[in-house]
Write a protein that binds this ligand. Structure first.
Ligand code: 13P
Length: 253
């Protein structure tokens, strides 16, 4: 079975004290994970080493950065390189979140370079894609998402793609409380898997984990995760609450 993942994207939230409480609250629940399940903490940069330390020697937990820069070192004040993340043994990096695309003007070409630099440093990208509301209303979301994937991932080889996780996050469902229906998530994610199948073949497509993100909560996670092409979630707001996120983890297939 392909990996089923509950990824907590804290975004720019939480003090050190809150980070400690959140991580401890979840880890102390002592959830036992079967090998195909994984929980990822995408914490702000200052808490990565802390998170890594806390999950050490515990099955099922991984740590993600929320971004990285394309260059490996140099005069780029304020940026963090993939090589730095690798040196502290980070597992994943979120690439192309809609907030990076919209607020920080990251484009497909830049994202392709970020994916490359992650893979070159043994970090698995969690590549985000998803359409804004006006695209959904015009019913052109499939073409829109296909273009995002083609422009930033299609230069990869089969072997490289095996280390990529995809997250479909319709922008209209992020932080709005307006979740895509389980069927809308399934339709898009089956479409995405099919794009990979056409380019990379059935075996690669069957094994790539595709997460859904956008107002996932304890009350809707099970219904969404039960869909055949939904392999878990990338969770924002609800990942900042210990009981909410524990319930989401327990909703994984
Ligand atoms: P919310 O779960 O807060 O809607 O955020 C989703 C998201 O952007 C995760 O990356």
């Amino acid at each position: 079975m392909r990996k089923q993942i509950a990824a907590a994207n804290w975004k720019m939230n939480g003090t050190l004290q809150q980070a400690n409480e959140l991580l401890d609250g979840i880890i102390n629940e002592k959830i036992s994970y079967s090998p195909h399940r994984e929980v990822v903490f995408a914490v702000p940069f200052p808490y990565l080493i802390l998170a890594k330390e806390k999950i050490k020697n515990i099955n099922g937990y991984k740590v993600a950065a929320q971004n990285c820069y394309t260059k490996s070192s140099g005069a780029f004040t304020g940026e963090v390189s993939a090589a730095m993340l690798q040196s502290i043994e980070v597992d994943y990096v979120i690439i192309g979140h809609s907030e990076r695309r919209e607020i920080f003007a990251e484009n497909s070409k830049m994202l392709a370079a970020k994916v490359d630099v992650c893979l070159a440093n043994n970090l698995s990208p969690i590549f985000c894609c998803g359409e804004p509301l006006q695209i959904r209303e015009a019913e052109t979301q499939n073409e829109y998402v296909a273009t995002q994937i083609q422009e930033s991932l299609f230069h990869l080889t089969n072997d490289q793609l095996k280390n990529v996780v995809v997250a479909y996050e319709p922008i209209w469902a992020i932080g709005t409380g307006k979740t895509a229906t389980a069927q809308q998530a399934q339709d898009m994610q089956a479409f995405i898997r099919n794009i990979f199948k056409e380019k990379y073949g059935d075996e690669v497509a069957k094994n790539i984990s595709i997460l859904y993100g956008g107002s996932v909560k304890a009350t809707n996670a099970k219904e969404i995760f039960e869909m055949p092409d939904v392999d878990g979630g990338l969770v924002g707001g609800a990942s900042l609450s210990v009981p909410e996120f524990i319930s989401i983890i327990k909703s994984l297939k």
